[in-house]
Design a protein around this ligand. Structure first.
Ligand code: HEM
Length: 539
C-alpha cells in the first residue's frame, strides 16, 4: 500500500481511539496521580470560597506571599512586556475589524472603494483575516500566556527580554505580512497568505515567546500542573509544528497541498486558539467565582480527546473535492468525535457560572468569559454537525460558513480574551478601569452586534445554499437573495467595531494613568457599579 497523507491520517485515528480507551480505563481504575483536590491548586488556602474576584477585588492580596493571583509574580520588566503585547494586539484588532467591516460593506456595495487594488474585496478580506488571527488573537493570547503561566506555576517569568524580542518581532512580522497582502504579494493559499519569506520571522517570534514560557514552566513552584497549564503547554508545542510544516515552500503540491492547507487552517483554530481560549476559561471562571471546576478527571478526558482527535478534522472542508472519499469520511468521523472533548469542557465549565448568576451579573470579565465558554460549546457542536455531508452540501461555499467561523473566532476566543484583559490589566497597572460605562457599552455593542451578524449569515447562508442546489432557480437568484442578509451583517459588524473602539478607549485611558488606585474591597463595588451603571461611582 502506498504511504500517503491519507494513510497517516488513518493510522493516527486508530492510535487515538486506542489511546482514549486506555485513558478512560486508567481514570476509572483511579490510577492517575491526581485527585479532585488538584482543582483547588489555583486558590490560596484562605481565598477558597471567598466569592467574586474581579479586577480590583481583594486587592489586599497584592504582594501576598503566595502571590497566586499573579500580582506579586509580575516584576516591572514583565509588566511592561505584557502591557506592550496587549496594547499592540488591540491596535491590530481595531485595524483588522475595520478592514472586516470594509470587506463586508463591499459585498453589498460592490462599486465602493474599488479603484485602488489594496482596497478591493480580495485584499481587504485577506488583510482582515490575517490581522485578527495573528495580530489580535495570537498576539493577545500570547500576552495572556506571559501572565497566566507564571501565575499558575507560582513563579516569575523567565527570560523576559527574549519574550520582548518576540513581541517586537511578531508585531513587525504581522505589519510586514499585511503590507505584503495589501501590495498583492501572497502565497495564494487560504490562511497561509503571508509570504513564506515573512513567515520565517513569524516562526522565529513564536519561538521567542515559547522558550521563556517553557523555561518558566520548568522552574515552577507547584507540584501539580493545573489543567490550564496542559492546554497552554500543548498549544506551545502544536502551533510551531503546524506553522512551520504548512509554510515550507514546495513541500506539498496538488491534492496533498490542499489537504495540508486545510489541516493547517483548521488546526490554527483547534490546536492553537482553542486550547489557549479553553485553558484561560479553566483558570478565569473558577478564579473569578471562587469555586473549583466540577470534575478534574473529566478535564483530563477533555484535554486528551482534543489532542488526539482534533488534528485531522480539517479535511471535511474538502467534501466534493478531488481527495480520496475515505480520507474525507475519516475526517467527518473525527469531527463527530469532537463531541467528546466539547461535552467534557461544557460539563466542567457551564454549571460553574450558571450556578452563580449573581456573580455573572456583577462581573463583566466573568460575563465575557462565560459567554465565550458557552460559544465554544455552540461553535464546536455546530462545526461537528456542519461536517456531515448532508449539511455541508448545503452550507459549503455559502455565508453560513463565515457565520460559523465568527462563532468560534469571535464569540468564543475573542470574548474570552476580552474577559481576560478586563481581569488582568487592572492587576498589572494597579488601577481600576477608569470608565465603567464604556465597559458596559462594549459588552452590549459586541453582544447585540454579534447576534445580528451571526443570525444574518446563518439564515442568509442557508437560503443561499438551498437556492444554489435548486436546478430550477437561476444562479443570480442565489446571489441576490443574500443582499439583505449581507446588509444585516454590516449593521452587526458596525456595532462590533464600535464596541472595539470603546474597549480601546478605556485601555488607552488606564495605560496613561487614568483610573483610581485599586483599594481593598473596591473591586466588588466596582464590578457592581459596572453591572448597574446608574450606581456608577456610588461606592
Ligand atoms: C476579532 C474580530 C474578528 C475575528 C476574529 C474574525 C475572524 C474571521 C475569520 C476567521 C474569517 C474567515 C471566515 C471564513 O473564511 O469562513 C473572517 C472573514 C470575514 N470577516 Fe471577520 N472576524 C472578526 C471581526 C469581523 C468584523 C467586525 C467584521 C465586520 C463586518 C468581519 C467581517 C468579515 C468578512 C466580510 C469576512 C470575509 C467573509 C467572506 O469571505 O465571505 N469580521 N473573519
Amino acid at each position: 500500500m502506498e504511504f500517503t497523507i491519507g494513510t497517516l491520517v488513518l493510522v493516527s485515528f486508530a492510535v487515538s481511539l486506542v489511546a482514549l480507551v486506555v485513558l478512560i480505563w486508567t481514570i476509572s481504575r483511579s490510577e492517575m496521580r491526581f485527585t479532585q483536590a488538584d482543582a483547588h491548586t489555583i486558590f490560596e488556602a484562605e481565598a477558597r470560597g471567598e466569592g467574586l474576584d474581579d479586577p480590583g477585588t481583594r486587592p489586599e492580596q497584592t504582594g501576598s506571599p503566595q502571590g497566586r493571583d499573579g500580582d506579586s509574580l509580575v516584576p516591572e520588566s514583565s509588566r511592561r512586556i505584557i502591557l506592550f503585547v496587549f496594547a499592540t494586539a488591540t491596535l491590530w484588532l481595531l485595524l483588522g475589524s475595520s478592514f472586516g467591516l470594509i470587506a463586508s460593506l463591499k459585498l453589498h456595495l460592490p462599486d465602493w472603494l474599488n479603484s485602488v487594488a489594496p482596497l478591493t474585496f480580495g485584499r481587504m478580506r485577506t488583510m482582515h483575516l490575517n490581522l485578527v488571527i495573528y495580530g489580535w488573537l495570537s498576539l493577545g493570547l500570547m500576552g495572556l500566556a506571559l501572565w497566566l503561566i507564571p501565575t499558575i506555576f507560582a513563579t516569575r517569568l523567565r527570560l523576559p527580554s527574549v519574550a520582548m524580542a518576540g513581541a517586537v518581532l511578531m508585531n513587525l512580522s504581522v505589519g510586514a505580512g499585511v503590507w505584503a497582502i495589501g501590495a498583492g504579494w501572497t502565497d495564494g493559499l487560504e490562511w497561509l497568505e503571508i509570504p513564506w519569506q515573512i513567515d520565517i520571522f513569524i516562526a522565529i517570534s513564536v519561538f521567542l515567546f515559547v522558550v521563556p514560557l517553557l523555561v518558566t514552566a520548568r522552574h515552577r513552584n507547584v507540584r501539580h500542573i493545573y489543567v490550564t497549564g496542559w492546554y497552554y503547554l500543548g498549544a506551545m508545542v502544536w502551533f510551531p509544528v503546524l506553522f512551520i510544516v504548512a509554510n515550507i515552500p514546495g513541500l506539498h503540491s496538488g491534492v496533498q497541498q490542499a489537504t495540508v492547507n486545510w489541516w493547517f487552517a483548521h488546526n490554527v483554530l483547534g490546536l492553537w486558539l482553542t486550547p489557549l481560549g479553553v485553558g484561560a476559561a479553566y483558570y478565569l471562571l473558577p478564579r473569578i467565582i471562587g469555586k473549583p471546576i466540577y470534575s478534574y478527571s473529566l478535564s483530563l478526558v477533555g484535554f486528551w480527546a482534543l489532542a488526539l482527535f482534533y488534528s485531522q478534522v480539517g479535511m471535511h472542508h474538502l467534501i466534493g473535492g478531488p481527495v480520496p472519499t475515505w480520507v474525507v469520511t475519516l475526517s467527518v468521523v473525527q469531527s463527530i468525535m469532537m463531541f467528546v472533548p466539547v461535552i467534557a469542557v461544557a460539563v466542567n465549565q457551564h454549571p460553574l457560572w450558571l450556578g452563580n448568576l449573581g456573580a455573572f451579573r456583577a462581573s463583566i470579565p466573568l460575563r465575557f468569559v462565560s459567554i465565550g465558554a458557552l460559544m465554544y460549546t455552540a461553535a464546536s457542536m455546530q462545526g461537528s454537525i456542519e461536517a456531515l455531508r448532508s449539511v455541508s452540501s448545503v452550507t459549503h461555499f455559502t455565508h453560513y460558513t463565515v457565520g460559523h467561523a465568527h462563532l468560534g473566532a469571535y464569540a468564543f476566543v475573542t470574548f474570552v480574551l476580552f474577559g481576560a484583559l478586563y481581569y488582568v490589566i487592572p492587576r498589572l497597572v494597579g488601577r481600576v478601569w477608569p470608565f465603567p460605562s464604556f465597559i458596559v457599552a462594549h459588552w452590549w455593542l459586541v453582544v447585540v452586534g454579534f447576534a445580528i451578524y451571526f443570525a444574518s449569515l446563518t439564515f442568509g447562508g442557508w437560503l443561499q445554499g438551498k437556492a444554489m442546489l435548486d436546478p430550477t432557480r437561476d444562479w443570480m437568484e442565489s446571489m441576490e437573495l443574500t443582499v439583505p442578509y449581507l446588509t444585516g451583517r454590516s449593521v452587526g459588524g458596525s456595532l462590533m467595531v464600535l464596541g472595539h473602539f470603546a474597549f480601546a478607549f478605556n485601555l488607552i485611558a488606564i495605560l496613561v494613568g487614568r483610573g483610581a488606585e485599586r483599594k481593598a474591597g473596591a473591586g466588588l463595588a466596582e464590578a457592581r457599579a459596572v453591572a448597574a451603571p446608574q450606581s456608577e461611582g456610588g461606592n
